[in-house]
Write a protein that binds this ligand. Sequence first.
Ligand code: CP
Length: 303
Amino acid sequence: MAVKHFLTVPDLSKDEFEHVLQQAAAWKRQPYGGVLAGKTVALVFGKPSTRTRVSFSVGVYQLGGLPLTLSEQELQIRTSESIEDTARVLSRYVNAIVIRTFAKKDVEDLAAAASVPVINALTDEDHPCQALTDIFTFREHFPDTGRKITYLGDGNNVAASLSEAAALAGIDICLAVPEGCDLPKVKMDSIAMLSESCGTKFWVERDPEAAAAGASALYTDVWISMGQTDDSAKVERLLPFRLDGRLLARALPEALVMHCLPAHRGEEITDEVMDGPQSVVFDQAENRLHAQKALMAYILGGR
Ligand code: CP
């Protein structure tokens, strides 16, 4: 049987995506289980992490398995051993590899050579585990259909995966990004195709107030992502897209404030909205645990 990887959101079908969301709700009610009993999951980090590292570690433990956290610096990967050989070796010891690194191609190469499932825990291009969690969190408040999420800010990995996950979940998504901060064209095109096939809307809006109007959630992320250098011209262009009280007032009265964290308070989001009653940012952080447990249970155990 082919090994099931999760490198981007569309690696799950609509039905698989729904199944994982339902299992995540079950794990949230009943945190412990034995689905990973006797199994080891390698957690490889080439970039810093708080939420991903801790939620995967705790999640594997709660399912009865052993989390093995490794930094790329501690491994021989890239320096004296290829990504492919690292994948072949790790596959002889562990039952799955969760990896956070830089280039998408590195994760694809790792998955191609691995004989165990590989889960993408963030690359420069995608953050699928975050997006799975974000839709789970959104659905906790809005299980109905016909809703819109507006993402404000930089067209980055979080925006890309969120757009794909929204399409699978039947949610419209508007990317409110300034000129010069768009997702790469190839990603825009693939999201547009996915949205069309799912019957949802996906579009870019340059006016943040128009984008926020009627939204059920306003979502933002840092303007300068991990590994990028500060860019004052980019920050200047992004200023009108800051998630603040002014933009939140344009959204639906019940709209959620979302951020994948860590936040640069006062930059892409104000304290007023991040600490306000409509904020679910810390629910998002908690839900990484439940959603990723459901993902691992499905990918490793077909559950
Ligand atoms: N949101 C997120 O991925 O957080 P970490 O970078 O702390 O893992």
